[in-house]
Design a protein around this ligand. Structure first.
Ligand code: NAD
Length: 260
C-alpha cells in the first residue's frame, strides 16, 4: 500500500530522521531526505539510499530557520517527486538553560526549527495531499510536548506548541483522508542529547556511559534509551491503513515517563 508513495522527512541526515528514512525506504517508499549537510554529502547519501532500496530519492539542505527556504524546499520536492504523501516534521535542536538566562538567539532558533518550520512545511505540503485525498503528517514532538523539565523552556514551549498544532490540523483534515499525529518520545539514543550527557558526566564526575544511564533513569522508569529505529517503526505504523483512525493524537513512547 505504501510502495511508491513519497515521504519527506525533515532532519533525516541524523538520528531519528535517518533511522526513519531507512525504515520507510525498506517498504519501497520514495524519499525526500533533508538536513544540514553539504549538497555533495547529501547527494552521496541520496545515491546510497536509491541504490540500496531501489527508490527515488531527492536531497535538500534548506535551513529551516528561513521561511522562504522552506517554501522553496517543499515546492521543489513536489515538482521533482510528483507529490508529498507523507510529511514527517522531525528536525529539531535543543539548548538547556534556566528561563531567566536563556539566550534570545537560542529561543528564536528552537521556536523556528522545532515549531514554526513544521507549520510552514504543513502549509506548503497540504495542497499536494488534498489533491490525492490521502496523506500522513507525523510531527516528532517529545515527552516535553506533554510535561515540563527544568532548563528546557524553549524546547517545551515549542513541543507543546507542536502538539497543539497537531490537534488543529487533525480537525481541519479529518474529512480529507489525511491523518495528523504527534509522537512524544522519551530518551532516544541520538547525537541531540550528547551535550546533556557530557555536561552531566562532568557535574557528577562519572564516565559518559554512567552519565547516560543516570540521565535516563532520572526521568524514565524504563531504564534504557530507545533506539531511533523504534521511532521509525512507530511512524511506519502511523502511515499504514490500520492507523487511518488515529488522528489528532499526541502519542507517548516514553518508557512510562508520563505515567507517573
Ligand atoms: P539529531 O541531532 O540526531 O538530528 C537533528 C536533525 O535536524 C539533523 O538532520 C539536522 O541536520 C537537522 N537540523 C537541525 N537544525 C536544522 C536547521 N536549522 N535546518 C534544517 N535542519 C536542521 O536529533 P534527533 O534526536 O534525531 O532529533 C530528531 C527529533 O526528535 C527532534 O525534533 C527532537 O526534538 C526529537 N526528540 C528527540 C529525542 C531524543 O532523546 N533524542 C527525544 C524526543 C524527541
Amino acid at each position: 500500500m505504501l510502495k511508491q508513495k513519497v515521504a519527506l522527512i525533515t532532519g533525516s541526515t541524523s538520528g531519528i530522521g535517518l533511522a526513519t528514512a531507512h525504515v520507510l525506504a525498506a517498504q519501497g517508499i520514495n524519499l525526500v531526505l533533508h538536513g544540514l549537510m553539504s549538497s555533495d554529502e547529501g547527494e552521496v547519501l541520496a545515491k546510497k539510499f536509491a541504490e540500496q532500496y531501489d527508490i527515488n530519492v531527492l536531497f535538500d539542505n534548506a535551513d529551516l530557520r528561513n521561511v522562504e527556504s522552506i517554501e522553496h524546499f517543499i515546492q521543489r520536492a513536489v515538482e521533482r517527486m510528483g507529490s508529498i504523501d507523507i510529511l514527517v516534521n522531525n528536525a529539531g535542536i535543543q539548548h538547556t538553560e534556566s528561563a531567566e538566562n536563556f539566550p534570545l538567539d537560542k529561543w528564536n532558533a528552537i521556536i523556528a526549527i522545532n515549531l514554526s518550520a513544521a507549520f510552514h512545511a504543513i502549509q506548503y505540503a497540504l495542497p499536494s495531499m488534498k489533491n490525492r485525498g490521502w496523506g500522513r503528517i507525523i510531527n516528532v514532538a517529545s515527552v516535553h510536548g506533554l510535561v515540563g523539565s527544568v532548563n528546557k523552556s524553549a524546547y517545551c514551549a515549542a513541543k507543546h506548541g507542536l502538539v497543539g498544532l497537531t490537534k488543529v490540523l487533525a480537525l481541519e483534515c479529518a474529512e480529507q483522508g489525511i491523518t495528523v499525529n504527534a509522537i512524544c518520545p522519551g530518551w532516544v539514543d541520538t547525537p541531540l542529547i550528547n551535550e546533556q550527557i557530557s555536561t552531566l558526566a562532568q557535574q557528577q564526575g562519572v564516565d559518559f556511559k554512567q552519565a547516560k544511564y543516570n540521565l535516563v533513569t532520572a526521568k524514565q522508569p524504563l531504564p534504557e534509551m530507545m533506539a531511533p529505529e523504534q521511532i521509525g517503526q512507530f511512524i511506519l505504523f502511523l502511515c499504514s491503513d490500520s492507523a487511518r483512525s488515529i488522528t489528532g493524537s499526541a502519542l507517548p513512547m516514553d518508557g512510562a515517563w508520563t505515567a507517573q
